[in-house]
Ligand binder design. Structure first.
Ligand code: C2E
Ligand code: MG
Ligand code: MG
Length: 281
């Protein structure tokens, strides 16, 4: 409202409204703000824990991008990342985010891994892959502490090119996770052909754990992953009942608001230092 008042109603009052929100979030305004953004300063990461269900222990944290624009306020990653791609600044954005992720990983105790999301544009760009491989090597961290997450949609455009990129990432020793599994078009043969180590089952399946048919479906997905020797994480666990059902269905890893919401780096350090269960408190 302040920026709107400054630009069009100097000295007047503007009440923030859903229409105003709609307008400022529209592509054009976001494009201009992103083009002018100081990415180092305006981008940050929050971290959400991934728990081992049996021990209720943090095994990894997922780095999730946040953009705090001086003009637009907080913008969601699923909104600004596609715009960054259109503007041709995806590579720069990925570099800034990856450097921040690696810096935080270096401060976390050894057994904890970091997972980092790659967009379809990242995976299609050999220079981005070079950059990730190079910066990971320069960090001095063991690549086995890093997991790259790729959504199914990143694979459908050109599966052969995708495989080459995935193999390069995996050759570093880092591991690969297929994100949001069950929402896209991956077939069994895609899963089998690509060098994934982990499958993250989309959060729409966590909701289905409430009924018998849904539970059978989720257990079948778990069984499929097991037969392909893939580790399996269930996303979007929001209730204790879902956690119990997921554990009974054989999921050894889970993520979701019930276990821990994404937090800023300071809180991450506090949570890791304390008992894992305190994360929830
Ligand atoms: P994702 O990788 O599947 O990440 C999980 C998203 O689900 C996150 O949203 C997280 O906050 C949310 N979430 C986690 N647990 C729960 C739950 O229990 N219930 C519900 N309703 N939601 C939950 P977020 O942070 O808004 O990120 C959205 C998507 O944006 C991510 O989905 C990922 O695909 C993308 N993204 C985030 N950070 C990055 C990044 O650095 N690079 C790229 N390329 N994509 C990113
Ligand atoms: Mg993810
Ligand atoms: Mg996901």
């Amino acid at each position: 409202a302040l920026y709107r008042a400054k630009s069009q109603h100097r000295g007047g009052c503007i009440a923030f409204s859903p229409e105003l929100e709609q307008m400022i979030r529209s592509g054009q305004v976001m494009e201009a703000a992103l083009q002018a953004a100081d990415l180092e300063r305006e981008l940050s990461l929050v971290f959400q824990p991934v728990f081992a269900t049996a021990a209720v222990r943090i095994v990894a944290v997922e780095a999730l991008a946040r953009w705090h624009s001086p003009q637009l306020g907080a913008v969601r990653p699923d909104l600004f990342i596609p715009v960054a791609e259109q503007l041709g600044i995806a590579r720069k954005m990925t570099r800034v985010l990856f450097d921040k992720a690696v810096t935080v990983l270096a401060t976390l105790p050894e057994p904890i891994r970091m997972t980092f999301n790659l967009s379809p544009a990242d995976l299609a760009d050999p220079l981005t892959i070079d950059l990730l491989v190079g910066r990971l090597a320069a960090s001095g961290l063991s690549p086995t502490r890093l997991v790259f997450e790729i959504t199914e949609n990143a694979l459908i455009t050109d599966i052969h090119a995708a495989r080459t990129m995935l193999e390069r990432l995996r050759a570093t020793g880092a591991r690969l996770a297929l994100d949001d599994f069950g929402t896209g078009y991956s077939s069994l043969s895609t899963l089998h052909q690509l060098p994934f180590d982990i499958v993250k089952v989309d959060r729409s399946f966590a909701v289905r754990l409430a009924d018998d048919v849904g539970r059978r479906l989720v257990a079948a997905i778990r069984g499929l992953a097991r037969s392909l020797s893939l580790e399996c994480v269930i996303e979007g666990i929001e209730t204790e009942a879902q956690l119990i059902e997921a554990t009974l269905s054989g999921f050894e890893y889970a993520q979701g608001f019930f276990l821990g919401r994404p937090v800023a780096v300071d809180e991450l350090h506090r949570a890791v230092a304390a008992e894992p269960l305190r994360w929830r408190a």
